[in-house]
Each structure stands twice: as structure tokens, then as C-alpha cells.
Design a protein around this ligand. Sequence first.
Ligand code: PLP
Length: 345
Amino acid sequence: VLSLAGGLPAVETFPHGELLRSLERAGPSALQYDWPEGRKGLRDWIAQRLARRGAKVSPEDVLVTSGAQQALDIALSLAEGTTQTIAVPPTCYPGALDLFEARGARLVTDERAASLVYAMPAVANPTGLGAPPGTADAWARARTTLLEDDAYAELRFDGSLPAPLLARAPEHVLHVGTLSKTLCPGLRIGWLVTPERLRERARRYKHVTDLQGNSFAQRVVEGYLAREDYDRRLLRLRRFYARRAEALVAALRRELPSCSFAEPEGGFSLWVETEEPRDDVRFLRLALKHGSSCDPGGDFCVERTGGPLCFRLAFSSLPPRSMPEAVKRLARALAEYARRTAASA
Ligand SMILES: Cc1ncc(COP(=O)(O)O)c(C=O)c1O
């Protein structure tokens, strides 16, 4: 199977050797307990990077978490009482949808009806697109609590780094970031930035949940970041993923001209809509039968069934040379899907 599913970072981009050397440099004390908020050096690094994008962040307001996923969970706990109705984008990161549902929230796509807005303004998963112009200003003006997921912000292909919502409305933004996309996900380094008034509650939640994050991994990453030029790494990564995105877009234009999609501006994936009625399971089975794969659309939508067939295609972990063949196989699957749908109508 040539898989366009998953949306994992490419293994060949992980700085395995450099991380190993940093691990060797960390002494035995790196294995000791540490503080719930995470290592100071890492929190300074995160605050400095956000400052470059116009957000005045004190390292004290940064909590290092086990990936962005735990940061989302802690953020929800802080916004308690206001989380009953959460607005999500029409196509949304499934990990957020699943978390919000597991915490009993009602999900809507109309922001006016919500007490909390979940947004991925810089680059969204699954679309690979930034928020349309003016949206960020509107969010910042509304007084609703914003849960800003910045996971892919540093992977905009043109290198533009939009000011985070945190810079515009620091008092009502809970800001989530991660190294999973630009370093590696296995070390589980993410963060949550809260307004100062919520700092203690965030720390306390982290403490009662797991005492502290993985301080050994934090030490390794801190040592790595102290020696590496992270901006140069990002430059390489953006080129790397942009090439993959281009190869996928070219193949889609050739093989699936009847499908609609927008060229991604960054991230790991894009979103495809077809004119066929939606049956995710049937389409996935056919994709696999033809030797390709994608992420079924229902996983990304509040309404998991109904509407037209749609799916996410991830370009992040497939080499550009394999893209034409992967999409050809998907096109064969879609053709068979259309034939079968017409026959059963
Ligand atoms: C938009 C978004 N937010 C958060 C996460 C979770 O990232 P982490 O590995 O840092 O928990 C992901 C992972 O796919 C994601 O796509």
C-alpha cells in the first residue's frame, strides 16, 4: 500500500544522531524528578520564539506538556464551565474532536453559539490552510475564550509566521504548541501558554495528573536546542514538505481532476472533496484494494456521516517519487466507487 493516510512526520527528518549525542551529555541528574511546569531552559526557548512573533509571554506562563494533546486537555480543564459548547472548524483535527467529545462538550461549527472556540489559525489540520484574512481579528475582537492550536505554525511553506492569536488577545487565549511536527513526536514535548491568572491552576492540574512531564526528554531536547540552529532546520523542513505537497497537488490535478481541493500553505496534509455521496468505509476498502490509502472524511467532521465523500491526503511521509502512483491507485478506487454507487442507486 502506498499510504496517503496518517499524517506522520517523515522519519528521515528526525535528528537522531544529534539527539543521541545530547542524551549522552545529560548526566545522571537528568533522571531525577523535576517541576510540574517543565524545564526552565525549554520554557525560555518557547517564550522567546513566541516573542519573535509579537506575543509577550513570560516563561512563567508556559507549561511544558506531554505533546500538544495534553496541552489541549489541560486547556479544557481551565476553561471549565465554559466548555459545554465548543466551536470547531467544519473540518477539524480528529484528536481535538475526540477529546472534546470525551469531555462531554457539545460541538458546533457556528462560533456565535459557542463558549469556547477551537482554532488552528496559522495552518490547519486537515486542510493545510491558514485562516482567511480578517478571521484572526474577528476572533480577537470577540470576547469568547480561544483555544489556539499552533501545532503546524512553523511549517508554513513560505516561511511567513503569522502573529499568534496570543499576541492579539492574550487575556482570553489558551495557546497550544508542540515540537512533534518540527522535531519528532516520540519525545512528547508540547506546551500550553495561559494568561497569568490561570498559571497556578494549570500547574496544579499538570501536577495532580502526572506530577511532571518527561524531564529526561526535556533535558535532551534542551541540550539539543542549545547547540542547533533551529531556524535553519525549519528552513530545510519547509522545503522538504513543500516538495511533497507540490508532488501530491500535481498528481491530483492529473489523476483526479473532478475532485476539489485547495493547495496547502503548510503542514502535512490537504483536504479533498468529491461529488460522490459519502460512504467512508466503502471508499477506504476500495482504496486499500487498489493499493492506496487515505484518512476517511468522517473522522474530521462533527457530522460523521452524510454529505459528499471527502477525505484527507497526507503528503508528509510519502516520497515525491511515489506520489503519482499513489494517486493513480486512489483514482482507480474512486472510479470503482462511483461505478458501484451508480449501480446501487
Ligand atoms: C492540529 C494538531 N494539534 C495537536 C496535535 C497533537 O500533537 P502532539 O503530538 O504534540 O500531541 C496534532 C497531531 O497530529 C495536530 O495535528
